[in-house]
Design a protein around this ligand. Sequence first.
Ligand code: C2E
Ligand code: CA
Ligand code: CA
Ligand code: CA
Length: 279
Amino acid sequence: SKRRGRYIYPRYKPEMNKRNNELMTIQSDLYRALERNEFSVVYQPKVSFSNGRILGAESLLRWKHQTLGMISPATFIPMAEDNGLIEAIGEWVLATAATQSKFWQLDGLPSFLLAVNLSGRQLQEDGLLDTVRSIIRTSGIDPTLLELEVTETFLMQDIDHSLSLLHELKSIGIRLALDDFGTGYSSLNYLSRLPVDTLKIDRSFVVDLEESKERYNLVRNVIRMSHDLGMQVVAEGVETQTQFELLKSLNCDEVQGYFISPPVSPDKFRMLLENQPLI
Ligand code: C2E
Ligand code: CA
Ligand code: CA
Ligand code: CA
């Protein structure tokens, strides 16, 4: 019957085909994006709740495709992790951001902690330590002003290996942040073993703060416990005044999100550095 057919055959959707074709184009063009100079880095400030000054900035990768325009890292980073390109791309981001940061410092702008994302795949690569050391040397960035953001999903895969790698990274003098906290499975107990300096509370928790008393209490406990462990706490994806006020009252250290500023071009970030405090 007509009715049954509706369930058996998917409806033909031209936009589905278009999306699939786009994804295939993106996947194959990713191989050339570096040499075609299509990547850039934007910077999003992390600001002190107490005085509105920029304590850090997260480097975020952007790809402008010749015909498709801007492509989200949420789309192409997982592809780059699958095909191995993430190692070269990640190295490019680190070198670009570290060099930029050193330029700003030489220009006499206020110093801040530069954060760069590391994907799980990069953390499994043998040459990671050498790569990080060599980029610090060539860019001239002060290693104490560099922070690498790692996610807990990676850490849980092989705890012993992860721990020794993180300790080696720390021995270079850089800082480590645990990204997207709350989205994986790491227990609070396990957290005390990690040599991380900063914990980033995932946006999903920030969104729930106003709605759920349980979430509110959870975030309060996470902040307290992090402080007990000597860690700084950054709240990600803060978009509203209410979220801002709640997190501030919970003694969260730093705020990152559209409420303060979206990720911006180097020129705009420079203006932010020159126009502090931001709140
Ligand atoms: P992430 O590391 O969790 O980065 C934060 C994401 O949240 C960024 O998305 C940022 O633009 C967005 N964001 C910041 N403030 C707000 C806010 O107030 N509201 C909302 N809704 N979103 C906000 P973006 O730039 O699209 O990056 C997405 C993800 O792609 C990143 O998530 C990270 O996992 C990955 N990524 C981006 N750049 C790199 C990179 O250079 N290397 C690696 N390995 N991954 C990267
Ligand atoms: Ca991040
Ligand atoms: Ca994050
Ligand atoms: Ca994320």
